[in-house]
Design a binder for this molecule. Structure first.
Ligand SMILES: Nc1ncnc2c1ncn2[C@@H]1O[C@H](COP(=O)(O)OP(=O)(O)O)[C@@H](O)[C@H]1O
Ligand SMILES: [Mg+2]
Length: 248
């Protein structure tokens, strides 16, 4: 279990995050849903140890030392996810250079990841030679190769067309079903939260406070048909009514 406890953050005189607390139980997918500019990326950076909060803490229970969480990050824009002068294979290998010193061992790990993601046909291509969906799949592969404590995904599907996003969501879900790793995903898509999340955290605008945390009990493994079911409809209604009440 990872606990986000009372996080406050300001940039100069502007309050960004106000007393943000929630739990990430092992193996759950938590969605962060809220307006642009409310501090979702800032919160992910704080959790990853890339930015510093003013107060509050990120606790990982069951961990004896106080080192930072190891986070596997995937960002929004696939054009910036990968190094353009390296092949798909080398982009995945890059993440492992400091972690696995032996080249042979490292290549074994990269081969495993390429195999799991079905990327072998594309492994020698450069990012500009593959679709946005495949670039983002490679970015997921890098996060996977790193074997982090938690995945932090910042709108990873939002720069893709609808079909590519659906396909990549399915690919991510089937990977996730195998290892059930704790994940936080930032998204603006109600469909995405219904398909992926166990809990949906709704943020207000600046300074961001948590307006509500909605559980998503749709049974897993999930599929696209469930998006039209009664449980999905209930979640959709709740999100819309919170978003709406906030507009008034
Ligand atoms: N390094 C920074 N310095 C100053 N202000 C920042 C910095 N990073 C983000 N901000 C501001 O903090 C607010 C929240 O940004 P961000 O976390 O990117 O929001 P979101 O991801 O929810 O769209 C925005 O108003 C943004 O302009
Ligand atoms: Mg953001």
């Amino acid at each position: 279990m990872i606990k986000v406890v009372g996080i406050n953050k300001s940039y100069s005189t502007t309050a960004i995050l106000q007393n943000i607390s929630f739990n990430i139980p092992d193996g759950q997918i938590i969605a962060l849903f809220g307006p642009n500019g409310c501090g979702k990326t800032t919160l992910l950076k704080i959790i990853a140890g890339l930015d510093k909060q003013d107060s509050g803490e990120i606790k990982q229970l069951e961990r004896s030392d106080d080192s930072d969480l190891r986070a596997g990050l995937v960002f929004q824009d696939h054009r910036f996810s990968l190094l353009p002068w390296m092949t798909i294979y080398k982009n995945i290998e890059l993440t492992l250079i400091s972690k696995i010193k032996s080249k042979k061992e490292r290549e074994k790990r990269v081969d495993q990841i390429i195999d799991r993601l079905n990327l072998s046909r594309h492994q020698n291509k450069y990012p500009y030679q593959v679709s946005g969906g495949l670039s983002q799949l490679t970015a997921f592969g890098r996060a996977l190769a790193f074997n982090p404590d938690i995945y932090l995904f910042d709108e990873p599907f939002s720069a893709l067309d609808y079909q590519s996003a659906l396909k990549l969501q399915q690919q991510f879900l089937s990977l996730w079903e195998k290892e059930k790793k704790s994940t936080i995903i930032v998204t603006h898509s109600i469909e995405e939260v219904i398909l992926l999340a166990d809990q949906i955290i709704i943020f207000s605008g600046l300074p961001a406070k948590i307006l509500d945390i909605i559980p998503n009990n749709i049974p897993r493994p999930r599929n696209l048909e469930q998006l039209g079911g009664d449980l999905a409809q209930g979640i959709r209604q709740k999100i819309i009514s919170i978003a709406q009440s906030f507009l008034i």
